[in-house]
Design a protein around this ligand. Sequence first.
Ligand code: ATP
Ligand code: MG
Length: 419
Amino acid sequence: MVDLLPEQTRRWQAVEAVALEHFRCAGLDEIRTPLLEFTELFARGIGEGTDVVGKEMYTFLDRGERSCTLRPEGTASVVRAAMQHGLLSQGSQKLWYGGPMFRYERPQAGRQRQFHQIGVEFLGFCSPRSDAEAISLAWDLLSDLGIKGLKLEINSLGTVEDRNRFRAELVTWLEEHVDQLDADSQARLATNPLRILDSKDRDTQLLLKEAPTLMKALSKDSVTRFEEVLALLNTLQIPYQLNPRLVRGLDYYGHTAFEITSDQLGAQATVCGGGRYDGLIQQLGGPVTPAIGWALGMERLLLVISAAAQADPDGPAARLTAAKPLFVYVINRGEQAELQALAFARQLRGAGMAVELDGTSASFGKQFKRADRSGAQWAAVIGDEEAKTRQVRLKPLLGEGEECQFNWQDATTYLMEQR
Ligand code: ATP
Ligand code: MG
């Protein structure tokens, strides 16, 4: 689990602001759920055979002997909350959420035990148009952040019947090749054979090129539906690549499944993953409700944004990660001056300016040096002389401008005009 230090939180806030604006423009509402849920929610929602439930959850008994789990993902909680509060009976919902998730994984670049997701859930939407709309929301957000080298990979997982039929076929084939599988995949053969398709092991990946594909096992209706989604993506000019081995880690997905990867990320390449989960809400005890959603990983997103900013120092990613400069640096020294500076800085802040108040009582020379280094555009100087008449001296630190002296109110008005 990692701390986010000031240089990083600045970037995070900038990214979050862009995301928020996209969600606002798309008519989404935010939902916030607790970090802690009863374990059963994830066991039933995500599936016992998945890596997340099987070996990655932070689960413990609380003082009431109830099994609780720190949320490993957002969808199950959002669905639980929507059911619990009757949102589904108020009509379809377009929601977004954000915040920390917890998975006991092996930490490495782009993989942490506490990480953060921003996610979107469209509840009560069945049309292929909603698949395209959800995907385009993710695609446009990532593009707007200035990320290059994005790749949308997409597959259809069909219906439960499609998958059952395919699972049988796949297991038969895998059993014939079991000695060529890596150990992890061999273990999955009994628990979650579809996930083997997603194996990161090189040899297994090569072997699987020969394996039967889900696409061939899909029913006619599933194929038609998938083709409609792809046609809509074509219309929206969102490029995609079919990936017949993309299965996603959670059991609740069916029909459209997709991932957006970046070539900047190495092994942990997936920035955003999502898909349709028409069966989940019913599985959790709610009414039959088709739905689609996605989640993106903030840490990985920030890694790609940093790479994009380095590659193009004038591009949108660089602008996003640039520190927001101070506007005024208040230099002050002397008993009265220091008291007044405190109040004056407060007045400027009240007018919406970013103000640093020097609190060191150091010599004017030292304070001016710090002001220069601070990146502020103006120094506001209050010494004993200025304090006597409740005045302030304004000195431009960057570019053109005249040094001048004002009373507080005129100084505030003047600075506001200079912004
Ligand atoms: P991966 O295949 O990388 O393990 P996943 O399929 O487990 O990803 P999802 O459950 O789909 O991931 O979560 C959506 C996104 O959240 C991922 O694409 C990734 O960006 C991010 N993510 C998932 N697990 C982690 C983690 N442990 N640390 C950082 N980010 C993560
Ligand atoms: Mg994972």
